[in-house]
Design a protein around this ligand. Structure first.
Ligand code: SF4
Length: 310
């Protein structure tokens, strides 16, 4: 397993609760990386010798701006190429964007703006335009990742000048509950492979605030608080992994059959069938199907408190 990219889930907290969110981002969500933990992962990534890119994402990483800025400075100083994913809630005007993005100039190579234009109000669309304009001025490569909702042929993007990449909904995480019930479905026996992640030889993994190393969000192959990334990568045997193994052999169908799970007759897509099977298996694999955040289990916090609690 040769990693070229590590995606740090800096926080599970977000300003929004998008229906398509894989990680159940929310203002009420717990789990934020401390700077020491970020640096620990960066050192381990450096030791691997193969990692080129570090992406910072969430949740919404700008909610913890001082930590984000310091972590990005460290990653860039260590020679990593840096990418950043945000919903740009902070882009309230171009001068404001310069304040937020200016310190990141020369450090962040790629800025991805996650924007679901069907649910965003007019002023938030303006945020996207502001962020794109200023990021480009500062020399960041910028793209807008826009989720296409079920029944919609296109995202509703109105500004063709923006560098928009439209992506389909994947029905895992919150989308499995919020969007799948209204989506077109296929018979369950047709979901015989994982179509979106290379579980055999993942080129990238996600590391979350609890140290979990995910090959797909919610499927852990180890924890950096108890093992090095190098050991986790070298010891990963995809065919023997209790979740990745069946998925490689026959997709969510094999996961259901292997563990004798109850199942529905139809699912919206492969990720929907996979996610529902994994929810049913959490009790059997409590160290692998983690953390609670990825499965929509959250302890409600007061919104102000939630911005302080890691
Ligand atoms: S099928 Fe499962 S493992 Fe594959 S991308 Fe979808 S949720 Fe992830």
């Amino acid at each position: 397993m040769k990693l070229s990219g590590i995606h740090l889930i800096l926080t599970y907290q977000c300003t929004r609760e998008c229906e398509h969110c894989f990680v159940w981002g929310s203002p009420f969500q717990r789990g934020t990386m401390a700077l020491d933990n970020v640096r620990h992962v960066l050192v381990q990534a450096e030791e691997l010798g193969t990692v080129e890119w570090i992406y910072f994402e969430g949740g919404e990483p700008f909610l913890h701006y001082p930590v984000l800025l310091s972590a990005i400075r460290t990653a860039a100083r260590m020679g990593f190429r840096v990418g950043l994913v945000t919903n740009c809630y902070w882009a309230t005007g171009k001068p404001d964007c310069t304040e937020w993005l200016g310190p990141l100039a020369g450090l962040v190579e790629e800025l991805t703006i996650s924007s679901d234009w069907y649910h965003w109000e007019v002023d938030l669309r303006e945020h996207v335009r502001n962020a794109c304009a200023v990021a480009e001025e500062l020399g960041m490569h910028t793209s807008v990742s826009s989720v296409v909702y079920p029944g919609c042929l296109e995202s509703g993007q109105e500004d063709n000048a923006l560098p928009t990449v439209e992506v389909p909904v994947m029905y895992r995480g919150r989308a499995s509950q919020e969007l799948a019930p209204e989506a077109p479905t296929r018979p369950w026996l047709t979901f015989t492979s994982c179509e979106h992640e290379d579980l055999r030889d993942p080129g990238r993994v996600h590391v979350d605030p609890f140290g979990n190393v995910h090959v797909c969000q919610g499927i852990s192959i180890g924890n950096v608080s108890s093992a090095t990334l190098s050991d986790i990568c070298s010891e990963y045997e995809p065919d023997l992994h209790p979740i990745a193994g069946p998925l490689l052999e026959g997709g969510p169908v094999e996961l259901v059959l292997r563990y004798g799970l109850n199942h529905g007759q139809h699912y919206a897509d492969t990720c929907h069938a996979c996610y529902e099977a994994r929810v049913a298996l959490r009790g059997r694999f409590p160290d692998i199907l983690v953390p609670d955040q990825m499965y929509g289990v959250k302890r409600e916090l007061d919104p102000l408190e939630s911005l302080k609690v890691g």
